[in-house]
Write a protein that binds this ligand. Structure first.
Ligand code: AMP
Length: 396
């Protein structure tokens, strides 16, 4: 990696601003329902504490749309963080995020102390990468660390703006994300396969195009498979279909042939009468989808097919569920893929979102090489794009 990493600086006595992704889910009483994003940031925070830094944490939470709103305060995160670190976390309550009062507070920090600023999206300039806000944030510290992979595909004041002012590095979390993903895409152990699913092909055109230049095999499942099946002249009944993307699906299939990539579609699917769990359903071969039924999962034969290909692969990238996995009756395909990845001896990478939720629900997360913490950011990496939040970090 050509970017500075955490270990490239000496932190003793330095005020270090760290952009984290503490955008955690909360219930209506503002209790944190999943703290994985907080626990994932601990290695970087602890490293800085142990190396004598004064640690100043920043994050956004939800969408307060540029205004202070107690519903989106980071106070519950400060409390949770304090429990996890087993030390006080100074919470800088301020509707402007940075003010003279906050500066005074930061100036009381001793080496190894930790403070958390209020939600960066309380300021309108945050999402516009406004210079004033970037300067305000930068005025609090000597160095900047980006440990928020999930927002690295956005150019905001608290990641890109501030990197343009202070010397900077990526934190351990971002370093791992980039190393694993970039390695898999640029220098993978082969066969390299990708499994792509989810609702629509239109959301992942860039990803598929880029992957076709890199992978040996591309498995397509989920709702998007029906647009490809239609492009091969199969009747798809009432299944989700993007009619205006059928020609594109044809082009992608031609591209696969030209690149010598095997693009594998479902050979059987689970069809249902209605889009709900409690409805009549059955498995049919792909050329026998009844006109008034809809495909909501991949079938047994397809699972076997996909499993065999996964078992032979040395690197596997998965993004998107194989069916409507939120409904029990149509979750079998997605969980089967989760299990196949867990059993693989190759490098397994899950690109966040629903596929990550599925492996976690199945209790298999610990058997996966890397589960990305940022769905949007990892999709952009899979598209072959540079992430502005990483690009802006000081070069080695
Ligand atoms: P995405 O955000 O693009 O990864 O899509 C995830 C969504 O795709 C999930 O909510 C799934 O329920 C949905 N999905 C997967 N397969 C199908 C299908 N066959 N028909 C309709 N929706 C599907």
């Amino acid at each position: 990696m050509n970017k500075k990493t955490l270990k490239d600086y000496d932190y003793s006595g330095k005020k270090v601003l760290v952009r984290c992704d503490f955008n955690v889910p909360m219930d209506e009483n503002l209790n944190i329902t999943d703290d994985i994003r907080i626990t994932s940031s601990l290695p970087t925070i602890n490293y800085l504490i142990e190396n004598g830094a004064k640690v100043i944490l920043m994050s956004h939470l939800g969408r307060p749309k540029g205004e202070a709103n107690p519903k989106y305060s980071l106070l519950p995160v400060a409390k949770r963080l304090s429990e996890l670190l087993k030390k006080d976390v100074l919470f800088a309550v301020d509707s402007m995020v940075v003010s003279d009062k906050v500066k005074e507070m930061i100036n009381t920090l001793k080496d190894g102390d930790v403070a958390l600023l209020e939600n960066t999206r309380y300021r309108k300039e945050e999402e516009k990468n406004g210079e004033e806000f970037a300067k305000d944030l930068a005025s609090l510290g000597d160095l900047y660390v980006n440990d928020a992979f999930g927002t690295s595909h956005r150019a905001h004041a608290s990641n890109v703006g501030i990197s343009n002012i202070l010397p900077s590095a990526v934190g351990f979390l971002v370093e791992k994300e980039i190393e694993v993903m970039v390695n898999a895409l640029e220098d993978p152990k082969r066969p390299l396969i990708a499994i792509i699913g989810g609702a629509k092909v239109s959301d992942k055109i860039g990803v598929i195009e880029n992957l076709l230049n890199i992978v040996d095999t591309l498995l397509v499942g989920g709702g998007m498979a029906y647009t490809f099946l239609k492009a091969k002249n199969y009747g798809v009944g009432q299944s989700i279909l993007e009619q205006d993307k059928v020609d594109l699906a044809k082009d992608l299939m031609h591209m696969a042939v030209a690149q010598d990539v095997s693009l594998v579609l479902p050979k059987d699917v689970v069809v249902a009468k209605e889009f709900k769990n409690d409805t009549e359903f059955k498995t049919v071969d792909i050329d026998k989808i009844p006109d008034d039924w809809m495909g909501l999962d991949i079938g047994e034969e397809t699972i076997k097919d996909f499993n065999d290909i996964i078992a032979d692969a040395k690197t596997i990238i998965w993004n998107g569920p194989m069916g409507v996995f939120e409904m029990d009756n149509f979750s079998k395909g997605t969980f089967a893929i989760a299990k196949a990845l867990a059993e693989s001896t190759g490098v397994t990478i899950i690109g966040g979102g629903d596929s990550a939720a599925a492996v976690e629900k199945a209790g298999l997360a610990h058997k996966i090489t890397h589960i990305s913490t940022g769905g949007g950011a990892s999709l952009e990496l899979l598209e072959g794009k540079e992430l502005p939040g990483i690009e802006a970090i000081s070069n080695r």
